[in-house]
Design a protein around this ligand. Structure first.
Ligand SMILES: *[C@@H]1O[C@H](CO)[C@@H](O)[C@H](O)[C@H]1NC(C)=O
Ligand SMILES: *[C@@H]1O[C@H](CO)[C@@H](O)[C@H](O)[C@H]1NC(C)=O
Ligand SMILES: *[C@@H]1O[C@H](CO)[C@@H](O)[C@H](O)[C@H]1NC(C)=O
Length: 384
């Protein structure tokens, strides 16, 4: 392990907790430093016939700077070191899956809804906030609150236009936009952390979370949204953060070294989410709801990591403690004393919870293949 980066930085305990709780995701970067915004070159190079507009909801897996703007947190280097080469508020050494998805449309990265400066909402807005869950539903920034923020944003935009002004997204833009939801990892993590019996988690906690996601989709639908892109949750039991927790023995480990019980829980979550998506697809006239199985994608990446060019599937690049997991809840990435690996591109996990830029590239590419989606539509289906 290389020397600590900005280890002297006093990270407030709240951030450490947030990072420990937050659910998140994390390639070889070819772009030069500072080139964050893509050229928006409508027509010529985009696969879209109309300008793509994306509204995203979720947690740290999708947060492109929301918690930094909303709560004033600062995530210094080495966050962002592999791609942006500066602090962007992402909990990753580079791009998140959402960033790669936006790249695939040749559109700019999504601006966080709460970012007051330098934001460009013509391509939509990102309501995802690190640490968010679906429950409890009325706290900042639960999924329900994110949807309320969106409704405020939409109402205000239409109001401005009605009064002769202009807004970054017009009525057509809202109608044709893609509404992306990736949430539940923090709910699932909290449920298992509470040591609730497994059956309660599967039969009570998970259905309550899925019901919140359903409610969010219905709410957006009845407010004019028709194109949805829903992510299942990832293999919770393969996160260094979970693997590093003390255990009596290795009886719960599977062939790939992941925790079976947690992955079974994630599988149950996805099965229920997929079923609710099927149900809504049949029920909501004119809606297109694409569900993507993130667990299959990520578990394949971990199981077959060498085929994807990774050396460390279960060890955090940024953390503390060394092999096998390099994760210590008291010294998470950015906490005083943390250490960071030389080459994050060899690691699936950036900080024990979130994936690296390199891993997110693989996850996004698999997602874009459509192979893991129901129905099997390309990501740009909504802007064709
Ligand atoms: C995005 O733009 C690049 C460069 O202009 C182009 O090569 C690529 O085909 C475009 N992507 C799609 C999916 O159209
Ligand atoms: C690993 O790759 C092999 C060959 O492509 C595939 O059959 C297998 O399902 C993959 N493993 C997982 C866990 O996805
Ligand atoms: C974290 O700190 C607490 C309190 O000092 C200690 O009891 C615990 O063992 C530490 N955990 C690890 C993983 O070192």
């Amino acid at each position: 392990m290389a020397a600590a980066g900005d280890g002297g930085h006093g990270v407030p305990p709240a951030v450490a907790v947030l990072m420990a709780a937050a659910v998140l995701l994390a390639a070889a970067s070819t772009m030069v430093a500072g080139q964050e915004e893509h050229d928006d070159d409508p027509g010529s190079s985009s696969p879209c016939a109309r300008r793509p507009v994306v509204f995203a909801f979720g947690d740290s897996n999708t947060d492109t700077g929301g918690v930094a703007a909303g709560l004033g947190y600062y995530f210094p280097l080495p966050e962002g070191r592999a791609f942006f080469r500066r602090s962007t508020g992402r909990l990753c050494d580079g791009r998140l899956v959402i960033d790669y998805l936006c790249e695939s449309l040749n559109m700019s990265y999504l601006s966080p809804y709460l970012e007051a400066l330098g934001s460009d909402f013509t391509g939509g807005a990102n309501f995802a906030i690190s640490g968010s869950s679906t429950l409890p539903r009325t706290v900042a920034f639960a999924l329900h609150v994110q949807v309320q923020q969106f409704l405020h944003f939409k109402q205000r935009s239409l109001d401005l236009v009605a009064r002769g002004g202009s807004a970054p997204v017009d009525a057509d833009g809202f109608r044709n936009a893609l509404y992306l939801i990736d949430i539940g990892q923090n709910d699932l993590s909290a449920a298992f952390g509470s040591r609730a019996p497994y059956d309660d988690i599967v039969h009570q906690r998970i259905p309550a979370v899925i019901s919140e996601i359903k409610d969010a989709i219905m709410n957006l639908y009845y407010n004019g949204a028709k194109n949805f892109w829903v992510h299942g949750t990832g293999p919770l039991g393969c996160l260094p953060q979970k693997l590093a927790a003390p255990r009596a023995d290795d009886g719960d480990l599977d062939d790939n070294g992941c925790l079976k019980t947690l992955n079974d829980g994630a599988y149950e979550f996805n099965t229920q989410l997929c079923a609710v998506c099927d149900e809504m697809r049949a029920q909501l006239r004119g809606a297109t709801i694409v569900y993507t199985d993130v667990l299959l994608i990520k578990y394949d990446l971990i199981a077959n990591h060498t085929a994807y060019g990774f050396e460390e599937p279960l060890m955090a690049c940024c953390g503390y403690g060394g092999p096998p997991y390099n994760y210590n809840a008291n010294v998470s990435c950015l906490a005083p004393g943390f250490r960071v690996c030389e080459d994050g591109a060899k690691f699936v996990s950036w900080d024990g919870v979130h994936y690296t830029d390199a891993a997110n590239a693989v996850v996004a590419a698999k997602m874009l293949s459509g192979q893991f989606s129901t129905p099997n539509l390309p990501f740009h289906y909504f802007c064709k």
